[in-house]
Write a protein that binds this ligand. Structure first.
Ligand SMILES: O=c1ccn([C@@H]2O[C@H](COP(=O)(O)O)[C@@H](O)[C@H]2O)c(=O)[nH]1
Length: 239
């Protein structure tokens, strides 16, 4: 079982990420590689993290026609990543195709990467959902509906705000993963996030994994910030 702390390595280059990871040397992490790093460094960065013993969430949020997603997932499965994702808004057939691609690309004897679906980005609020995206249902109901659709399509879980984790567990069951970005310490800037939750509250609400980037990667002392994350997840208070 991986650690529940997924560190978002949103850096522009391998050099920057190596500098950030230096103080963590010898500590196996669960790292998230997103578009910024992957589009610069490609599959080699994944190989590097795996050699260093880290678990990898490749967060590319695929959203395209089913065949394109299937073929892309076939390739991603060969990279040996642990977790990948799609946008649930791509629909049932696209999500099923993602799983077909992962099954086809996973080397024999290896475990298929788990695949989760983004419900609504944690930077989205109710106003944006209604006025910009023209989705008329309340945000929580939309997230819950996308989670049920993702489950029916064979997904292993969803990306959502921790605020919605309880609702999702009630609807989809305890083993359906709730992977939750938008995590902030109480005294942090929220940046561009909207649906934010503290590490301690995220756990209480039922999040399986918390995704945290800038609160760690931009901290004056990232190692201390990571320890604080563990402390608060385990119920500790920070003065
Ligand atoms: O709904 C979503 C889906 C993905 N993310 C990603 O998580 C991290 C969060 O970084 P912070 O610096 O902690 O805000 C980032 O890589 C996003 O691309 C998300 O935030 N919300």
């Amino acid at each position: 079982m991986h650690t529940p702390f997924i560190v978002a390595l949103d850096f522009p280059s391998k050099h920057d990420v190596q500098q950030f990871l230096r103080p963590f040397s010898g500590t196996p992490l669960f790292v998230k590689v997103g578009m910024e790093l992957y589009y610069q460094e490609g599959p080699a960065i994944i190989a590097m993290f795996k050699e260093q013993g880290h678990a990898v969430f490749l967060d590319l949020k695929l959203h395209d026609i089913p065949n394109t997603v299937k073929q892309a997932m076939k390739g991603l499965a060969r990279l040996g990543v642990d977790l990948v994702n799609v946008h649930a808004a791509g629909g049932r057939r696209m999500m099923e195709a993602a799983i077909e691609g992962l099954d086809a690309g996973t080397p024999s004897g290896a475990a298929r990467p788990r695949c989760i679906a983004v419900t609504q980005l944690t930077s989205t609020d109710e106003r944006m959902l209604h006025e910009e995206l023209w989705i008329s249902q309340p945000l929580e109901e939309t997230v819950s509906h996308y989670a049920a659709l993702a489950q029916a399509s064979g997904m292993d879980g969803v990306v959502c705000s921790a605020n919605e984790a309880t609702l999702i567990k009630e609807r989809c069951g305890a083993s359906f993963l709730a992977v939750t970005p938008g995590i902030r310490f109480a005294d942090d800037s929220v940046h561009d996030q909207v649906r934010v939750v503290t590490p301690r509250k995220a756990r209480a609400l039922g999040a399986d994994y918390i995704v945290i980037g800038r609160s760690i990667t931009r901290a004056a002392d990232p190692l201390a910030a990571y320890s604080r994350l563990q402390h608060e997840w385990n119920g500790g208070e920070t003065e």
